[in-house]
Design a protein around this ligand. Structure first.
Ligand SMILES: Nc1ncnc2c1ncn2[C@@H]1O[C@H](COP(=O)(O)OP(=O)(O)OP(=O)(O)O)[C@@H](O)[C@H]1O
Length: 229
């Protein structure tokens, strides 16, 4: 589903590569934690999957396509297959919960009848039925993250990328968010999550890929967080 073949990525005007000779293969339906110190390259890895950055050397394959060779007009179709969740939720503040989720479908031209049908389904899935009419600032952090996950998942992407999704949440709320990501993973969605949350990684026992200064230093199935931060 995602394959990095000897990928090196160096940002302009920097000396050290953000990713150096990375080889990783993630198959359909896997759940993978990306761990490593700040600046080790986790976000850069996710940006390469989305083609927000381009590999300096090597190849990145997503859903069977070499994204480096993908023409720019095909990038929206690539991104439609990928849901993304961030630490800071990134909801539209002046839209309701329901409108935030619906908007993700409207911008890709889904018919109104489809939007009407699937938005309540996904709000139910993330445990937010009854909150459809609320504004984001009327929700707790955990609820806001559920909206963000609903928005990322409403189009049923094949891949869900999460960049520190529990970074702003307390431990109990984080556990709820992880249960939800696990449930989404069990529907067959490949999940890749960058995190500093050692408790969560240790509890979930999923595959762990550890980066250090842009290199993969560990790739462990049913892994643990494994280093002190
Ligand atoms: N836009 C950019 N321009 C130049 N250098 C960058 C840019 N973005 C990231 N970097 C550098 O690339 C390296 C990897 O950064 P990245 O954000 O991928 O790390 P990270 O593991 O996600 O860190 P964190 O845990 O703090 O989010 C760092 O040295 C960082 O300074």
């Amino acid at each position: 589903m995602i394959r990095f073949d000897s990928v090196t990525m160096t940002y302009p005007r920097t000396a050290r590569p953000a990713l150096a000779d990375v080889d990783v293969e993630i198959v359909k339906g896997e759940f993978v934690f990306l761990v490593g110190p700040s600046g080790s390259g986790k976000s850069t890895f996710l940006r390469l999957v989305l083609k927000e950055e381009k590999a300096t050397k090597g190849q990145v394959f997503v859903a069977g396509r070499d994204v480096g060779r993908l023409s720019s007009w095909k990038v929206p179709a690539l991104r439609r297959q990928i849901g993304v969740v961030f630490q800071d939720f990134r909801l539209l503040p002046n839209k309701t919960v329901e409108q935030n989720v619906a908007f993700a479908l409207e911008v890709i031209g889904k018919p109104r009848a489809t939007v009407k049908r699937v938005v309540p389904e996904v709000l139910d899935l993330v445990g937010l039925d009854g909150k459809a009419g609320r504004m984001p600032d009327e929700l707790s952090g955990g609820e806001q993250q559920r909206v963000a996950i609903a928005r990322a998942f409403v189009n049923r992407p094949t891949i869900l990328l999460a960049d520190e999704p529990t970074g702003n949440l307390d431990p109990a709320t984080s556990v709820g968010i992880m249960r939800l990501l696990d449930r989404i993973n069990r529907t067959g969605t490949t999940v890749v999550m960058a995190t500093h949350d050692d408790d969560i990684v240790d509890q979930m026992r999923k595959r762990v890929v550890e980066l250090d200064e842009g290199r993969v230093v560990r790739d462990q199935s049913r892994g643990v967080y494994g280093y002190s931060r």
